[in-house]
Design a protein around this ligand. Structure first.
Ligand code: PLP
Length: 377
């Protein structure tokens, strides 16, 4: 049977060469490759500092911690995301406050952020944590304007958005701090890994210490100045990351072409809504997610997912709403109907196979199979 996975990393000889070069040095961690990767990443972003970490989740945790967000604080974020973007707030004892999304971009809706702040009668949330969902940048002008007006920090979850641009400026350069992730399904990978970026020196220094068991910059290996973690990433992973970063434009172009091919083949399929983003945004395609029209329900969608899988096509429901995850329902009493746009979108999404080297034949096969299943075949 034909098998097409949902995602697939794109590893060339360059990546292999860089990884092997590290393996013949004594520096498997905290070595020169870590510094090269961080410097290259900061340069790519046009920011002063980058801290490489063992995951995007670690980066989000340190972002929250470095802004001194803790018990008694709340942070505004989106329920339509991967769970780490709100768990990171809970890690520090603060509370995520969810705001519903825009049905086109699937990103947090700035108007509803403002409404949410106004109608709360407790203290203003300490930060906004927008997520650039599926690689489409959030409305950062509006979000920054609100944050400035109310004196809130901005933490960008850019884990799905490397290279995305909002009005000519890269996602990840708008907040006090931003985080990227390099799990193998992301646009670029380090196996496991993440990167925190900032222009603020004190955040940079603090995060480097927190990553490495709270060690100080000049202190010894067994001198711990604060409570820290082991969020280090090995130089082997950084070598993979550096090679991927050097190829990032090629990677983003390949992904854009795959997305365009899908768009072309799906645009006349009337049961399906294809991604439709503002023209002045550069999308960094993370996944290719379609939505079934309103007259399909969750059961129809799940039946289609099952049909695709039976025919060897990888697919998934990106994302189940965070507020309806069992743990959030239990801890906060969330229920269906709390965030209607998120829930409506989420019940009808299908992520189709999407990776750099997906061929036109494979895309055509996915689309034909999808059409057959929708038609009841
Ligand atoms: C991938 C991702 C993360 C972080 O993932 P890790 O697996 O910890 O690297 C965080 N937020 C979003 C929105 C993501 O897609």
């Amino acid at each position: 049977m034909i098998k097409i996975p949902l995602s697939n990393p794109d590893i060339t000889d360059l990546e292999k060469e860089y990884v092997l070069s590290v393996l013949s040095t004594p520096n498997l961690s905290l070595g020169p490759m870590l510094e090269r990767f961080e410097r290259a990443f900061a340069e790519y972003m046009g920011l002063k500092y980058a801290v490489a970490l063992n995951s995007g989740t670690s980066g989000l945790h340190l972002a929250v911690k470095s802004l001194d967000i803790g018990p008694g604080d709340s942070v505004i974020t989106t329920p339509f995301s991967f769970i780490a973007s709100s768990n990171c707030i809970l890690f520090e004892g603060a509370i995520p406050v969810f705001v519903d999304i825009d049905p086109h971009t699937l990103n947090i809706d700035p108007q509803q952020i403002e409404d949410c702040i106004k109608k709360r009668n407790s203290k203003v949330p300490k930060a906004i944590l927008p997520v650039h969902v599926f690689g489409c940048p959030c409305e950062m002008d509006d979000i920054r304007e609100i944050a400035e007006r109310y004196g809130m920090y901005v933490i960008e979850d850019a884990c799905e958005a490397i290279g995305a641009e909002y009005r000519g400026r890269k996602a990840g350069t708008f907040g006090d701090v931003a985080v990227f992730a390099f799990y193998p399904n992301k646009q670029m990978t380090t196996g496991e890994g993440g990167m925190l970026v900032t222009d603020r020196k004190e955040i940079y220094s603090l995060c480097k210490s927190l990553r490495n068991q709270g060690r100080g910059e000049d202190g010894g290996w067994l001198m711990h100045e604060r409570l820290g973690y082991n969020y280090r990433i090995s130089d082997i992973n950084c070598a993979l990351g550096l090679a991927q970063l050097e190829r990032i434009e090629e990677i983003l172009r390949k992904r854009e072409k795959v997305a365009q091919t899908y768009n072309e083949l799906l645009k006349d399929v009337e049961e399906v809504i294809i991604p439709d983003y503002p023209d002045d945004f550069r999308i960094s395609w993370f996944v290719y997610v379609i939505r079934l029209k309103e007259d399909f329900n969750r059961e129809d969608r799940d039946r289609i997912l099952e049909g695709l899988r039976e025919r060897g096509i990888g697919c998934n429901k990106y994302f189940p709403p965070i507020h309806l995850q069992p743990f959030y329902r239990g801890a906060f009493g969330y229920k269906e109907g709390d965030f209607p746009v998120t829930e409506s979108v989420s019940s009808r999404t299908i992520a189709l196979p999407f990776y750099n080297n997906l061929t036109e034949e494979q895309i055509a096969y996915v689309v034909e199979t999808l059409k057959e299943i929708i038609a009841g075949g």
